[in-house]
Design a protein around this ligand. Structure first.
Ligand SMILES: NC(=O)c1ccc[n+]([C@@H]2O[C@H](COP(=O)([O-])OP(=O)(O)OC[C@H]3O[C@@H](n4cnc5c(N)ncnc54)[C@H](OP(=O)(O)O)[C@@H]3O)[C@@H](O)[C@H]2O)c1
Length: 229
């Protein structure tokens, strides 16, 4: 398979981190971002050019715009854009979720995804190809108590991705993806110690990454669930 340019948000840990490592291992070029300086510097040292890792907060539209200008001046537009970065609020009944915590989840999980789409997708359209994968969740298709803010954002991701799919030119695709249930910091936040009964991120990545590489324009608008077993 020819090397693809793969843009991943939220590469400092969890699924984003293992996807970056696995795509690179398979010979692809990875462009990634996250907010944690220490982890981004470590990725920059470990994976040098043509890979590119930067400190970017996806909730900051101006920062994403500047990042996109810099990346698109030096790289092809992404063949695969993975909107992976997300937050979950601490488990709580909806009326007990502090206003700032609710806003933060909306700002990253919805507005952050759209900021990345706003600044990278026009170049993908100009190039005439590219796949956009917006990370959803089982909680983008069902609900549970004490995770309402997160559910709201992932249901939004399902809706906005379906609408985006109707706007793209032929040859491209946008899909919401439920990655499955994986033992990451996010899962530990909402599942507690029972998170340990789920696969570790690197176990997930060995089958999920080939699955991501198979997504093509025929999948446009389909709600997908990663194959990870
Ligand atoms: N783990 C699961 O079982 C599961 C299940 C369903 C769906 N998902 C979805 O899969 C994706 C990855 O989840 P995960 O479990 O890997 O989460 P995680 O371990 O909490 O990692 C989240 C990543 O997103 C980054 N991030 C958060 N806010 C950001 C911001 N404002 N700007 C840039 N990067 C930001 C974090 O880095 P910094 O803190 O350094 O910014 C981190 O690298 C998410 O969309 C999640 O909703 C996960």
């Amino acid at each position: 398979m020819a090397a693809k340019t793969i843009l991943i948000t939220g590469v400092t840990r969890g699924l984003g981190r293992v996807m970056a490592e696995e795509f690179i291992r398979l010979g692809h070029i990875v462009i990634g971002c996250g907010r944690s300086e220490k982890e981004i510097v470590q990725l920059q040292t470990q994976f040098q050019s043509p890979h590119n890792f930067d400190i970017v907060d996806v909730a900051d539209d101006q920062a994403v715009a500047a990042w996109a200008r810099e990346i698109l001046a030096r790289h092809h537009p992404p063949d695969l854009l993975l909107n992976n970065a997300a937050l979950i609020a601490r488990n709580a009944k909806l009326w007990k979720v502090p206003a700032q915590e609710f806003s933060d989840v909306i700002d990253v999980n919805i507005k952050g995804v759209v900021n990345v789409i706003r600044h990278f997708v026009p170049a993908m359209i100009k190039q005439g190809r590219g796949i956009i994968v917006n990370f959803s969740s089982g909680w983008g298709r069902s609900t549970d108590a004490e995770v309402a803010p997160y559910c709201a954002t992932k249901w939004a991701i399902e809706g906005l991705t379906q609408a985006l799919a109707q706007e793209l030119p032929s040859g491209m695709a946008a899909v919401p993806l439920n990655p499955g249930i994986i033992d990451t910091d996010m899962l530990r936040s909402c599942f507690g110690s029972s998170a340990s009964s789920y696969p570790l991120p690197h176990e997930w990545a060995t089958t999920a990454v080939p699955f991501l590489l198979e997504i093509n324009s025929a999948d446009n608008g389909r709600s997908l669930t990663a194959r990870w077993w």
